[in-house]
Design a binder for this molecule. Sequence first.
Ligand SMILES: Cc1cc2nc3c(=O)[nH]c(=O)nc-3n(C[C@H](O)[C@H](O)[C@H](O)COP(=O)(O)OP(=O)(O)OC[C@H]3O[C@@H](n4cnc5c(N)ncnc54)[C@H](O)[C@@H]3O)c2cc1C
Length: 316
Amino acid sequence: MTITQAARPFVLCEAEVVRAERLSPSFVRVHLAAPELAEFGVDGPSYDQRLKLVFAADGAALPVLGQGEDWYAEWLALPAHERGHMRTYTVREVVGSGIDTRVVVDLVTHGTDGHGQAGPGSRWAAAAGVGSRVLLLGPRRGVTYGGIEFEPWPGAELLLAADETAVPAVAATLAQLPPDARGAAFLEVPCAADVQTLVHPEGVRVVWLPRDGRAVGALLHEAVLTHLGAGAAPLEVPEAEVEVGLWETPTYSSSGDPLDEHVTSVGHDLADLYAWIAGESRLVTGLRRALVRDLGMDRRQVAFMGYWREGVSMGA
Ligand SMILES: Cc1cc2nc3c(=O)[nH]c(=O)nc-3n(C[C@H](O)[C@H](O)[C@H](O)COP(=O)(O)OP(=O)(O)OC[C@H]3O[C@@H](n4cnc5c(N)ncnc54)[C@H](O)[C@@H]3O)c2cc1C
């Protein structure tokens, strides 16, 4: 593939796996390398920085993209078997420098054990080994790219809540917080063996919630509400009301809610709280309702992000 990197305000390249580790039953970590990654990164903490990976369609090669900035339209115009599958992931870590820069990504291998459905990202991860290849799109140092939603104000009490797909984002965020950060992180994972050792400030409590066959999000929902002193109401959102790709941040609302909406708090001292919540869309919809509608949290203090939806393929 020929790419004129200088023409683009982001890094888009074919990357090769130089190390693949099975972290636990549900996670595979890959270290991705490419000469173009020498330019990869952001100026400052990357926190929950997202990136895109494109996996080749079964039996096909990775797509070949041209040199223009409008690579996306070009990619969409390719026939499906040449286009492959684009999915969103998180920069878990960037290690090394120059042409030895490695972008580390932790991928969930859902459905590859015969339970549930495995998508192309999950299948690629489960089979990944040294030499596996993928297209990678992410930030270029020195250029504004976006894709970081974690934006608390200094001194905020933090509440991070994530299922397994957002564990990499929380892990990366915790590792980059200032030492005096305070708050709590609740992490729901498929089983106890998926619990990881994370680097985090002393003042941030990390609580792991192994699901062990329970419904996705049920434990996390209850744990967050209990943490806020709001009782342990179960996660109940009717199917028709789950918003796939729910995305509510202080600067964007996928549902079109007014961004300056402010509801007076109803008995809980939430004024100091910044909440970052990501994972399956029913879970995120339920927590959004509980925190914003029922507890009256200011929309400007929250980021709610549907990272995936049960039964729905997140194809671009
Ligand atoms: C900003 C952002 C950052 C993300 N970061 C990461 C990350 O670092 N690591 C990561 O693994 N994921 C991450 N995700 C989630 C990931 O993009 C989705 O899980 C995506 O659906 C995976 O693609 P796939 O090809 O494996 O499955 P798809 O083809 O999208 O879906 C196929 C089937 O699998 C189901 N499915 C998808 N994900 C899961 C799951 N986790 N458990 C059970 N069933 C599932 C779907 O509901 C569907 O039925 C992120 C998403 C966003 C929006």
